[in-house]
Design a binder for this molecule. Structure first.
Ligand SMILES: *Cc1c(COP(=O)(O)O)cnc(C)c1O
Length: 447
């Protein structure tokens, strides 16, 4: 457990005077392009609490965007990192390797969907993992085209910006983007034109006919999809869609890539979101939750696919850094020892009960979705009108922040309020956070 008392404490307004002073330094020293959601400067964090420089204790409903799944400064992560950082900090795995990298690769090969023989490669960020998955897929297939979906988010490097769907803020004026990227409509039950019931079948048909007509199956190296979309709005595709796409890819010599950077490592109540639908992708990308807050990412895939690349074709100076690997070993140990997949399911039950009760009172809650501790509500005008309500979303978010609850929004239309609490947070703490959220939502939605 964390040494920080798992309780919200407000000693100043949020942000307090010390945070405000630091923020003045930020404005004068850091590029304005690097935005800050809540300018509260952090001193310590543990479990589900963030302590700021003014001594306020905030409840964390964001986990640094689905990263500190095991809790902030989780004991096993801290212990492993402390030991590793004293032993050695870097040699570069491509120069003189070390066993910690192998431990992480073996864990990835064992834990990711499918019992087939696999290989992994480690990198520093989710975007870098996605880039490398695409490189591997192009190399193996000898094809160039990559198909991504509406509302997709795959990162901010040049190739991954091209794969990402949303212009503002990710792509605006940053082009030109990489070529041979095609976009298909996403299976999005809530906003499917023909209604949710027909979404699974129709969205698959639209996808396959689009690829056939606009790209040609034989030209496609990979189809990349988030099994539950993250930044695009926590969109859960219609049941069966993922499996159909996966099987269709295999039938056409195309490699399916599951981007599990946000959904992976217990977040959705399974080790990986693909597990829930019994989908076994050829390639899978991981990052965020894997290493308890240290930068680490992976590409895991079929051994024949991953081994097809020529020697030294993959790599990077820092990829699979030993300290980050040690953190991942500690995080994965924690997930197993504390059954964090089971914990995510408990959190789902707790949140879903409260959100459905709230939705009975407020027609502005148009949809409630997600799995495990990756949950969201989509806010709309209400009363049969599903026009996105980004103003209400922003107002509730701001009000929660002022009350010391760290919350996040997302969605192509900015109208999705998302919940990504650390799985280490207690029911008492989560309930306190939900109380604040309900109060602020009720106030902002005006009932
Ligand atoms: C966050 C995210 C990425 C990018 O990861 P970075 O570590 O920020 O580069 C890629 N894919 C998905 C699904 C993500 O959520």
């Amino acid at each position: 457990m964390s040494s920080i008392e798992q309780k919200r404490v407000l000693t100043t307004e949020i942000p307090g005077p010390r945070s405000k002073a630091l923020h003045e330094r930020k404005v004068a020293s850091v590029s304005a392009g690097v935005g800050v959601g809540l300018p509260v400067y952090v001193e310590r964090a543990g479990g589900g609490i963030i302590v700021d420089v003014d001594g306020n204790q905030l409840i964390d409903f964001g986990s640094g965007i689905a990263v500190t799944t095991v809790g902030n400064a989780a004991p096993r992560v801290v212990e492993r990192v402390r030991e590793q950082v004293q032993d050695f900090t870097h040699t570069c795995f491509m120069v003189t390797p070390y066993a910690e990298y192998l431990d992480v690769a073996e864990s990835l090969n064992e834990l990711t969907p499918g019992t087939h023989e696999k290989r992994s490669a480690l990198f520093n960020s989710g975007a870098e993992a996605v880039e490398n998955a695409v490189k591997v897929a192009r190399h193996f297939t000898g094809r160039q085209a990559v198909v991504a979906f509406d509302h997709a988010y795959h990162g901010r490097t040049n190739l991954t910006m091209g794969l990402t769907a949303k212009n503002m803020p990710y792509k605006h004026k940053f082009g030109p983007f990489a070529g041979e990227i095609y976009r298909a409509p996403m299976s999005y039950p809530y906003r499917w034109p023909g209604g949710p019931a027909d979404c699974a079948k129709e969205s698959f048909d639209v996808f396959t006919s689009m690829v056939h007509a606009q790209v040609g199956e034989d030209n496609v190296a990979a189809v990349i999809i988030e099994p539950i979309q993250g930044e695009g709005g926590f969109i859960v595709p219609a049941p069966g869609f993922l499996k159909q796409v996966n099987e269709w890819c295999t039938a056409n010599g195309i490699l399916p890539i599951a981007d599990e950077v946000q959904t992976g490592f217990c977040r959705t109540g399974d080790w990986f979101a693909c597990d829930y639908e019994d989908v076994v992708p050829d390639l899978i990308t991981t990052a965020k939750g894997m290493a308890g807050g240290l930068p680490l990412a992976g590409v895991t895939g079929r051994a024949d696919v991953m081994d097809a690349v020529h020697g030294s074709g993959l790599g990077g100076t820092y990829g699979g850094n030993p300290v980050a690997c040690a953190a991942a070993i500690g995080a994965i140990e924690t997930m197993k020892a504390e059954d964090l997949c089971g914990r995510a399911k408990q959190i789902e039950t707790l949140f879903m009960g409260r959100l459905h009760t709230l939705a009975e009172k407020f027609p502005q809650i148009g949809d409630i979705r997600g799995r495990g501790a990756m949950l969201a509500i989509e806010l709309v005008t209400g009363a049969g009108d599903i026009t996105p309500n980004s103003a209400l979303t922003a107002a509730v978010n701001k009000a929660c922040h002022a009350q010391g609850l760290v919350t996040l929004t997302c969605g192509t239309y900015g109208n999705v309020f998302r919940f990504l609490p650390p799985l280490a947070a207690s029911d008492d703490l989560l309930s306190e956070g939900l109380d604040i959220f309900e109060t602020e939502f009720t106030r902002a939605a005006g009932a």
